[in-house]
Structures are given as C-alpha cells and as structure tokens.
Write a protein that binds this ligand. Structure first.
Ligand code: HXC
Length: 257
C-alpha cells in the first residue's frame, strides 16, 4: 500500500484506514482509491473486524480527486478510464464505515465522506464541492448525495458557488453526526464504532443495506446521469482552463466554450 495505512485492529473489532498522501492534501488519485477498495474488500471478509473507520490527517481528509491526474484528459479518456467502478465497489462494502474528518473534505473528498455511513467531524473540518471553480462538476455522487443530505437549496448554493461548509454548518444541515474538538476526533469515532461493534454483525449489515436501499434505485440513476455530465465537462475548453489555472496557481478565464 503506497497511499494508505491500514490498521486491522485499531481497537478490538475496529479497523482503521488512514489516507496518507499528506503533501498533496490526500488528493485522491486512482491508485489511492484502488488501495482503499482492496483494503475494504479484505476487511469486509475479516471476521475479526466489525466496524471500519476512515480518516485523513489534521489538515485534510482529502482535497478532492487529483486535479493533476485529470487536467489534460478528454471526455472519452474519462469514460474509458472508468474510475467510478472502483467507487462503486467501495459503495458495496457490507460493514459500517465511519469517516473521521479533520480539515478539508472537498470535491471527491467530500463525496468520499458521504459514501461512508456516518461522519464524525472535528471543529476544523470544511466540506465543499468546489469543482465549479475549475470548470467541472462533482462526479462521484456529490450532486446526488449532498442534495439528499442537506436539501436542494443549500446543495445548489454549495455546488454552484464552490463555497465551503464549516463543521458547525455541516452539523446544522445534517451532513455530519457530531462535531468534536480536533483532539477528540478519533476517540469519538472509536466510541461510536465500539457501540455498533457490540451489536449482531448480521443485523448491522442488514440494517445498513436496508437504509441504503431507501434511496438506491434513484441513486443509481442519478449517479449515471451525473457521470455523463461530469465526463461532458471534459469536452469543454473551460475545464482545461480551470484545471490548468489551478496547477499554475492563477485565476481561470472562462469563455463558455
Ligand atoms: C491535486 C492538489 C489537490 C487536488 C491540493 N493539491 N488539492 N493536487 N489535486 N485536488 C496540492 C496542491 O497543488 C499543492 O501542491 C499541495 O496539494 C498543497 O495545496 P495548496 O493549494 O498549496 O494548499 P492551500 O493553499 O492550503 O489550499 C488548500 C485548498 C486548495 C483550498 C484545499 O489546495 C484547493 O483548492 N485544492 C483543490 C480543491 C478542489 O478543487 N477539489 C476538487 C477537485 S475535482 P504543490 O505541489 O503546489 O505544493 C474533484 C472531482 C471529483 O474532486 C470527481 C471525481 C472523483
């Protein structure tokens, strides 16, 4: 594993996956997501594990998909790369996953936390879908999951402006379960995990599956629609300009082409 650290027994019955690309604020390149997928599939089969916690570091859970890896791709490249099949496999994890979030959870990073089952945030956490600022849109479920989590008006505002939600706001809008001081983050995530770990693992798995089923048919259709539109932005000059401007650390100039 190059970009994550897996601790099978972080606490009895509780596994920890730490995203570990700190210099790039845990930007989610494809290899990192494949490692997360592989780790989750192994933990799902491991009878000694009941609950999985995923975290980043104090600065960032993850600042989004890796812009440098995507910047020059065409719409068809994105379609053929098909990175979201990895995300779909992650989504099929049977055991409950708690995201413990400090610092930035942006773009794909925010989408990743929403793909987890519960979120514990530290007071420094910042959630957002800033893709619009680099000429694209959320592609890993943001338009679907954020809207369901916090409602249409706020999701529209966040996705169309790229503004961030503070931890307190995220709690107010029901995106996160609890906000705690940064030094209490892992303690709080473990406390929640310990409580769930005492329950029947069969009942926990079936309850998770049933809750997810409450919006899954709609979600599948919504995700497919979002993906096509996300790929379509890669046919625009604005996406090339937006991502290039980020890499060159300058303001983008959009032409609407
Ligand atoms: C690649 C990234 C990155 C990213 C940060 N870095 N975010 N590299 N992809 N998403 C890199 C920077 O280039 C920089 O590298 C280093 O991490 C530190 O970042 P800085 O920008 O210098 O830090 P700071 O000034 O503190 O600003 C933090 C930030 C900013 C506000 C989070 O980095 C930022 O705006 N990042 C991009 C956020 C974003 O647009 N996310 C959405 C991506 S699209 P160097 O080498 O310069 O030191 C997306 C699509 C999802 O997620 C759908 C597909 C899954």
């Amino acid at each position: 594993m190059e970009f994550i650290i897996v601790t099978e027994q972080y606490y009895p019955g509780i596994a920890l996956i730490q995203l570990n690309r700190p210099k790039e604020l845990n930007a989610l390149n494809r290899k990192l997501m494949e490692e997360v997928r592989d780790a989750l599939q192994a933990l799902d089969k491991n009878e000694g594990v009941r609950v999985i916690i995923i975290t980043g570091n104090e600065q960032a859970f993850a600042a989004g998909a890796d812009i440098k890896q995507m910047a020059d791709k065409s719409a068809i490249d994105m379609l053929l790369i098909d990175q979201f099949s990895t995300w779909d496999q992650i989504r099929r994890t049977k055991k409950p996953i708690i995201a413990a979030v400090s610092g930035f959870a942006l773009g794909g990073g925010c989408e990743f936390t929403m793909m987890c089952d519960m979120i514990i945030a530290s007071e420094t956490a910042k959630f957002g879908q800033p893709e619009i600022k680099i000429g694209t849109i959320p592609g890993a479920g943001g338009t679907q999951r954020l809207t369901k989590a916090i409602g249409k008006a706020k999701a529209m505002e966040l996705i169309l402006t790229g503004r961030f939600l503070s931890a307190e706001e995220a709690h107010f809008y029901g995106l996160v379960n609890k906000v705690v001081p940064v030094e209490m983050l892992m303690h709080e995530a473990v406390e929640l995990a310990k409580e769930i770990a005492q329950m029947s693992p069969v009942a926990v798995q079936l309850a998770k599956e049933a809750i997810n089923r409450s919006f899954e048919t709609q979600l599948d259709e919504g995700l497919a629609f979002e993906r096509k539109n996300f790929y379509l932005t890669f046919a625009s000059a604005d996406q090339k300009e937006g991502m290039q401007a980020f890499i060159e650390k300058r303001k983008p100039t959009y032409t609407g082409k």
